[in-house]
Design a protein around this ligand. Structure first.
Ligand code: GDD
Ligand code: MG
Length: 351
């Protein structure tokens, strides 16, 4: 059985981080996001390969995962000539598939029991099975109404406040039957959420829901991208590098911490990073590879990508800094700052 990972979006809500790093490979601590999805797929013995459906900066993604030999799943890449939307992308990627296929939005992290979802799909002999998850505010997602037998009765993408009738949303994980894909228009963009799913309901196809109440997040905004790190540090989602760690502070043995450095867990410091004397790495900080945190600088609740320098006495709180940024001396970055790669903040600036 194959899985299709929809990983072709531009990641606009994560800009400027996604200008040079497509959303599927933004780092989560020390590994690209998609690695977590591949790990979830690997837990299902029946799934032997994944097709990555790409459009935006496809080579960057291919370079990282190659043929999948490092992930023990055979990986194939399909690059659309132009964005085909979520339905068009599935049709385009599934051209050679004739058996049930698992489809994943390339930006959701979850511990759903995928084998159980596939089992339900078969038991119900469904044309489509989708995973639902309860959220507080469905307006940013696809709202899904079901009946008492878990049949899907209504699918409403990005509902307005007065259209919200329940709290279950589309978690972005499906099992689909390829014999329905000829209904998706070929070569023109179309949406699985706005066209294909509503069409299944109109045609009274067997379209069922699997409600998952475990961990689920869409990492597609800076707030959620920060939250996923926090959740992993707090043990709400267990995965490397925090999965097995007994210590709340995960510091690479290849990082160099000078004497007089203050470290407050939970936090993460990756290899090659140098933290100078008197600097403080506060709780919920994530420092990527080869960073320099200079004397008396303070980092707290911030995510700092590889190669960034935070100069003496600078303060960075609740912010995300891209690769190879330079934060000048005594600069202060307060909650909500998001800097793209190679940003330069001059000495004493306040953001
Ligand atoms: N290949 C390809 N081509 N992939 C695409 C395209 C495309 O044209 N457009 C979007 N994608 C990929 C994105 O990269 C992402 O992984 C996934 O499809 C979903 O797109 P998003 O842009 O992240 O959608 P969303 O988060 O607003 O809403 C979707 O996900 C929610 C759950 O997170 C919908 O499926 C909602 O119904 C759902 O609740
Ligand atoms: Mg999304």
């Amino acid at each position: 059985m194959k899985a299709i990972l929809l990983a072709g979006g531009k990641g606009t809500r994560l800009r400027p981080l996604t200008i040079h790093t497509p959303k599927p490979i933004v780092p989560i601590f020390d590994r690209p996001f998609l690695q977590h999805q591949l790990d979830l797929l690997k837990r299902v013995p029946e799934i032997d390969g994944a097709i990555l459906s790409l459009n935006y900066q496809p080579r960057r993604i291919e370079e990282i995962f190659g043929d999948g030999s490092s992930t023990a799943l055979s990986l194939h890449y399909v690059v659309e000539p132009a964005p085909l939307g979520t339905a068009g992308a599935v049709r385009y990627a599934a051209q050679s598939l004739h058996e049930s296929v698992v489809v994943f939005n390339g930006d959701v992290l979850t511990d759903v029991d995928l084998a159980a979802v596939i089992a339900l799909h078969r038991e119900r002999n469904a044309k489509a099975t989708i995973v639902l998850t309860p959220v507080e505010n469905p307006s940013a997602y696809g709202l899904v109404e079901t009946d008492a037998q878990a049949n899907i009765r209504r699918f409403l993408e990005k509902p307005t406040a007065d259209e919200i009738t329940c709290n279950t949303i589309n978690a972005g994980i499906y099992v689909l039957e390829p014999d329905t894909f000829d209904r998706i228009p070929a070569d023109t963009p179309s949406s699985i959420e706005r066209s294909f799913f509503p069409s299944l309901i109109e045609r009274c196809e067997t379209f069922v829901a699997y409600v998952s109440r475990g961990y689920w997040i869409d990492i597609g905004t800076p707030e959620k991208y920060m939250q996923v790190h926090r959740d992993m540090m707090d043990g709400r989602y267990r995965a490397a590098p925090f999965g097995e760690s007994a210590s709340p502070a995960v510091i690479s043995p290849l990082a160099r911490l000078e004497e007089g450095v203050c470290i407050e867990g939970p936090c993460f410091v990756d290899e090659g990073t140098i933290v100078k004397s008197g600097a403080r790495i506060g709780a919920y900080s994530v420092i990527g590879r080869q960073c320099h945190i200079e004397e008396h600088a303070s980092v707290e609740r911030a995510i700092v990508w590889a190669g960034t320098r935070i100069s003496q006495e600078a303060v960075v709180r609740g912010s995300i800094l891209g690769r190879h940024c330079h934060i000048g001396r005594n600069a202060t970055l307060e909650d909500g700052v998001v800097l793209g790669d190679k940003s330069v903040v001059s000495d004493y600036s306040r953001l």
